[in-house]
Design a protein around this ligand. Structure first.
Ligand code: ASP
Length: 353
């Protein structure tokens, strides 16, 4: 009987132990799976590239730029950390910079030769390859929001001028008096550019004098990867100081100023738009990754440090790939920029190091 009891207890002990091992193995599997499925995410922004030199910048202005870049990127990062989409993060991050007079975008937009502000913006969804863009709008407070509406609520990709403004009204977006976009700084820049142009009237190649120290640009852009592995990018700008004839730059051109594709990366450009259009910069970076197997860093370097300068263009890009790797490549003296990863590590830069 004792022997039987012993055997019975032994079998119960073995069974329990077996179960425990199973449970702990299950736990282990659960933890690994959980870790594997916690998607990397991240965000990167720019506030324009150009001749941005430390010696021309006061400490207080530098601090103001850094603070606004940080506010903007934290806005998007928080959305991503809470499980929001890359598209929403891009839009809201850009809104912060659009509302600031520091950047050449919405509130701080540069002036046309006629003394107006004509705004361009675009946004792209890397999951669906859906995109929206607007060009030459004069009374929409946040052009990136209009680009988003074009993407989700119209059958078109790009709207311009009066039609785009009509669509903005119909979508219930905030419309402002064009006076809202007036900033004295930017107006003076345009006047100086007009003066220079008068002096150079015979030299057609110097039509734009884009990287004069005080007239640096400040287009804004953002690229993000969300927890679901989706990429998005957006760009918003006033274009180039003293622009004429309803000139449109690269910012609202999908593939030049903005591109996003879950297969590769999300990119936003800033710089001399004519060259970025001709170089199809944002798409070129994605294509180099997709067809040539280059890493994001290699592709960005190839386009910004080699192909653009060879063509005569200057500027930069910010980009994030589908693994969360980030690039902030520029060939000018500076680019307002910031990046933040999943762990909340923040890096802000202005000048080239
Ligand atoms: N790329 C913009 C444009 O050409 C300007 C800029 O990024 O500074 O309109």
């Amino acid at each position: 009987m004792k022997k039987l009891l012993f055997l019975f207890s032994l079998s119960i002990f073995i069974a329990c132990n077996d179960q425990n091992t199973q449970v702990s193995e299950e736990n282990e599997t659960a933890t690994t799976t959980e870790q594997d499925t916690v998607q990397n995410f991240g965000i990167v922004i720019h506030g324009g590239a150009g001749t941005i030199l430390k010696e021309n910048m006061s400490d207080s202005l530098e601090q103001a730029y850094k603070a606004k870049l940080e506010e903007a990127i934290r806005t998007g990062h928080e959305i991503l950390a809470n499980g929001g989409t890359a598209l929403e993060a891009v839009q809201r991050t850009i809104n912060v910079m659009e509302d600031s007079p520091l950047f050449n975008s919405a509130k701080g937009a540069v002036f046309t030769n006629e003394g107006k502000n004509e705004l361009d913006a675009s946004i792209m969804d890397g999951e669906t390859l859906n995109a929206g863009a607007v060009a030459g709008v004069t009374n929409v407070k946040n052009p990136i929001n209009l680009a988003y509406e074009v993407m989700v609520n119209s059958e078109h990709v790009m709207l311009s001028g009066k039609g785009a403004e009509q669509f903005a009204k119909e979508q219930g977006l905030e419309i402002v008096d064009p006076e809202y976009f007036y900033t004295e700084n930017r107006y003076r820049s345009m006047e100086r550019a007009r003066e220079r142009e008068k002096k150079k009237a015979d030299n057609k190649t110097a039509f734009y004098d884009p990287f004069i120290k005080d007239e640096k640009f400040g287009t804004v852009g953002c690229a993000a990867l969300d927890k679901n592995g989706n990429l998005a990018a957006g760009t918003s700008t006033g274009g180039m100081t003293n622009k004429k004839y309803n000139r449109i730059g690269d910012a609202p051109i999908i593939g030049a100023g903005t591109y996003a594709n879950n297969k590769t990366c999300a990119v936003s450009s800033t710089g001399w738009g004519e060259y970025f259009i001709r170089g199809v910069v944002a798409y070129d970076i994605s294509a180099l990754m997709e067809y040539k197997g280059l890493s994001l860093e290699e592709a960005a370097k190839e386009v910004i440090q080699k192909k653009q300068p060879e063509l005569g263009g200057n500027g930069g890009i910010i980009a994030i790939d589908n693994q969360g790797n980030v690039s902030m490549e520029f060939n000018t003296a500076g680019m307002y920029r910031a990046k933040m990863n999943r762990d909340g590590e923040l890096e802000i830069g202005i000048y080239s190091e």
